[in-house]
Design a protein around this ligand. Structure first.
Ligand SMILES: N[C@@H](CCC(=O)N[C@@H](CS)C(=O)NCC(=O)O)C(=O)O
Length: 205
């Protein structure tokens, strides 16, 4: 049995839920109340010393860090087209998983937090972090746009983990008033990915 520890506002958690839906994996969901500090309770820290969600447990085996979770689940349960078998094909998908995780999803997540959620929850807004995230995106989004030249997905002819990793963040970018208007290929990719039944199911939830 797969148990997912998550918070509904965390896009890192949505990323794992998206994979689980795409792969058709049944799972049990456990809400971690980040506002109350459940992630710092000794019983949580014992399983995940980093004190963050998402975390999954599979028959008692715990894994955290969303991209590590996706790779683990992909090998254990996944449809192979999301995480190719060939070492070289896999390395290219992984390259984009890492690039998205470190240079796209993080700034998008920061901007969504500071521009949409922080004002709503009366949390402080870090103007330096906002400026840093905006600068980071102006550097990396053109690279993403180029990668999509002549391609419907980031790697190969169908969706892979790379596309799944980016989707939750890109689909919520509008919350930070980012509409990808300057990036038409990225915009079409987003529309295409948003049509996937797994995403529609999560977006409707
Ligand atoms: N790099 C981590 C990021 C996870 C993360 O930042 N989780 C946040 C929620 S979006 C969290 O659990 N924060 C709780 C805390 O820092 O106390 C991943 O990819 O899983």
């Amino acid at each position: 049995m797969i148990v997912l520890y998550h918070h509904p506002l965390s896009l890192y958690c949505v990323k794992v839920r998206l994979f689980l839906e795409e792969a058709g994996c049944a799972y049990e969901s456990r809400f971690v109340d980040l506002g109350k500090g459940d992630q710092r309770l000794p019983e949580f820290l014992q399983k995940n010393p980093f004190g963050k969600v998402p975390m999954i447990e599979v028959d008692g085996f715990a894994v955290c860090e969303s991209s590590a979770i996706l790779r683990y689940l992909a090998v254990k349960f996944g449809p192979t087209d999301l995480w190719p078998h060939s070492l070289e094909d896999r390395a290219v998908v992984d390259q984009w998983v890492e690039i998205f995780g470190t240079t796209v999803c993080e700034p998008l997540s920061d901007l969504i937090w500071y521009k949409a959620w922080a004002p709503k929850y009366n949390a402080p807004v870090d103007a330096t972090a906002v400026a840093k995230a905006e600068t980071a995106l102006t550097k990396i989004l053109p690279v993403c746009e180029s990668q999509l030249m002549g391609r419907s997905y980031f790697v190969g002819s169908g969706p892979t983990l790379a596309d799944l990793v980016l989707l939750p963040f890109a689909a919520n970018a509008w919350r930070a008033e980012i509409d990808f208007a300057q990036y038409p290929r990225l915009k079409s990719w987003l529309m295409r990915m948003s049509e996937r039944p797994a995403w529609k199911l999560l977006a409707a939830a």
